[in-house]
Design a protein around this ligand. Structure first.
Ligand SMILES: [Zn+2]
Length: 86
């Protein structure tokens, strides 16, 4: 698993790298799962944790439900998040 392809808020694994070697966002997109705007709404640990709480309180679903995998469990995806962003 490549840390550069993981959403820091929900643990979603992107098809393409989100982060450069310095931890800055290299694509201007929102997470397909939690909807966070990468590189804008997840720039501090405090903000990452706040966004994650809101996302989970709202059921931990997908902003694009059409691509939500069957039998998907948000808690399983959360383990993808690098320790420093938990
Ligand atoms: Zn996400």
């Amino acid at each position: 698993m490549n840390e550069r392809e993981i959403c820091r808020v929900c643990g979603y694994i992107s098809d393409i790298p989100i982060w450069d070697d310095f931890g800055d966002a290299i694509i201007d997109e929102d997470c397909s799962c939690c909807g966070v705007q990468w590189g804008v709404q997840d720039t501090s640990l405090e903000e990452i944790r706040r966004r994650r709480s809101i996302w989970l309180e709202n059921g931990g679903g997908w902003v694009w439900p059409a691509i939500e995998p069957e039998d998907w469990d948000p808690t399983e995806q959360l383990v993808n998040i690098p320790k420093k962003f938990r």
